[in-house]
Design a protein around this ligand. Structure first.
Ligand SMILES: Nc1ncnc2c1ncn2[C@@H]1O[C@H](COP(=O)(O)OP(=O)(O)OP(=O)(O)O)[C@@H](O)[C@H]1O
Ligand SMILES: [Mg+2]
Length: 268
């Protein structure tokens, strides 16, 4: 499917604009996780995803930015079996996982951290992490040590109820919980949302650390500039379809992307 309607009033087609699927098809050949031409939505007859393509290669950190309501969370949810895919495919290491349920995806190595309500507030930090590891209780200790290396505060405060934590600390619990199952691919929905600039920075550093520890990551972010600075490759999603796909560096320097998407989104 081509998207000839994406750019541009002045007739100039920016290098990174998505005008056909060839870059996706070439890049996605060895992908860990890929989405092809997804149509999905919540209400009958209304598609929120309108042909979105996405792939992530082994060890890659991929960012998704775009305006509010573009369908970024819907795209992550569709990969994790939380939104019904009407057409198109999601493939994990060559296996068709389209519309597969979340618990089956967890056992196949996919982790997901939702945008909101991502901890059990009445449970302690440790209990939240035990919930994360319920499919592999024997490995709890080893995984707990792994996540405490990345988030030392969690080990120190393991007996504290998640509901009494700050927004930043809760986000760490949510990310740590998803890491307890040792995912090979982690889907993060706006991990820096609602945090102070200092804590936002910490979340980006921790996300990079997780990626460097070998976890492939797809990250949706409202802090678009910061996200593009750390990601290997980025997507701009607009109205449920790809508007741009390029390296983070190319996107952050693309005049059209700056004008259309970075000017109004959070300035880092
Ligand atoms: N559960 C739902 N039922 C019906 N419509 C929904 C539901 N969730 C999201 N939508 C609609 O789908 C569209 C895309 O929403 P989505 O949450 O995917 O956007 P987003 O790009 O993540 O936005 P934001 O940057 O605000 O998080 C919006 O128009 C939204 O109102
Ligand atoms: Mg969202």
């Amino acid at each position: 499917m081509s998207h000839p309607d994406v750019p541009a009033e002045d007739g100039a087609v920016p290098a990174s604009a998505v005008t056909d699927r060839s870059a996706h098809l070439a890049g996605a050949e060895n992908a860990v996780l890929r989405c092809d031409e997804l149509l999905a939505g919540y209400l009958p007859g209304v598609n929120i995803l309108n042909g979105a393509d996405l792939y992530v290669g082994p060890g890659e950190l991929v960012g998704i930015i775009g305006p509010n309501g573009a369908g970024k969370s819907t795209l992550l949810k569709s990969m994790f079996g939380l939104v019904n895919i009407r057409s198109g495919t999601v493939t994990l290491k060559g296996e068709d996982i389209t519309n597969m349920k979340a618990h089956d995806l967890v056992s196949r190595g996919v982790g997901y951290v939702p945008q909101t309500n991502n901890v059990f507030p009445s449970l302690t930090i440790e209990e939240n992490l035990e919930m994360g590891a319920f499919q592999m209780p024997k490995r709890f200790k080893e995984r707990f040590e792994f996540v405490c290396d990345i988030f030392p505060a969690l080990g120190e405060r393991r007996k504290q109820r998640a509901g009494s934590l700050s927004g930043g600390e809760r986000q760490m619990v949510a990310m740590a919980r998803a890491l307890m199952t040792e995912p090979s691919v982690l889907l993060l929905d706006e991990p820096s949302a609602g945090l102070s600039p200092k804590l936002q920075d910490l979340v980006f550093i921790q996300t990079q650390q997780i990626n460097k520890a070998g976890v492939t990551i797809i990250m949706v972010e409202q802090n678009a500039r910061r996200c593009l600075q750390i990601c290997h490759r980025g997507y701009v999603l607009d109205q449920g379809r790809n508007a741009y796909m390029a390296s983070g560096r190319e996107l952050i320097n693309d005049p059209k992307v700056i004008e259309l998407y970075l000017g109004t989104l959070a300035r880092a």
